[in-house]
Design a binder for this molecule. Sequence first.
Ligand code: SLL
Length: 170
Amino acid sequence: SERLRGTVIYRPVVYGNTALPITPETRDDAPAEHTHRWTVALRSAASPDDGSTVGGRDDISYFVKRVAFKLHETYPSPNRIIEKPPFEVTETGWGEFEVQIRVTFVSEANEKPISFHHHLKLHAWAPQPANPLAASPVPTPPDGPVNAWQYDEIVFTDPTKTFLDMLLKH
Ligand code: SLL
């Protein structure tokens, strides 16, 4: 449909990862050299009580058609394509790397895909002494859970009328 010149609308999202060290109890099928289980995801950042109650926090599927998570080439079939919510990939591994998150919009949007980049984080931040010269050796903290998320806003400029209606009706 026609584009609405001068109209700008955005949708808030978060993308990032959680990670947990693998323990003997949680290893399951993970290879011996894998140290962490992690989930990388793209989610809505809209709070559930702002009117977008349909489908809950993960439901960005009213404007997102698919999300492709491109993992490090050490993974089998590294381009993981997710076609419905939750838009996320859970894996195990040993190393941190850059994940490309490519977002394709519903066809009514007539928008090009956009990409986010997230540095997959496995290791919790360890506090460092203010003055390294004065420090006694820093005790290694237990490798705890990681939460590494970025907030962003997907901005649609001059949206099609059909797409604007879809966004506003949700
Ligand atoms: C590094 N630049 O060298 C990074 C690459 C890749 C991590 C990390 C794969 C596990 C598997 C995995 O954890 N890759 O082979 O299934 O630290």
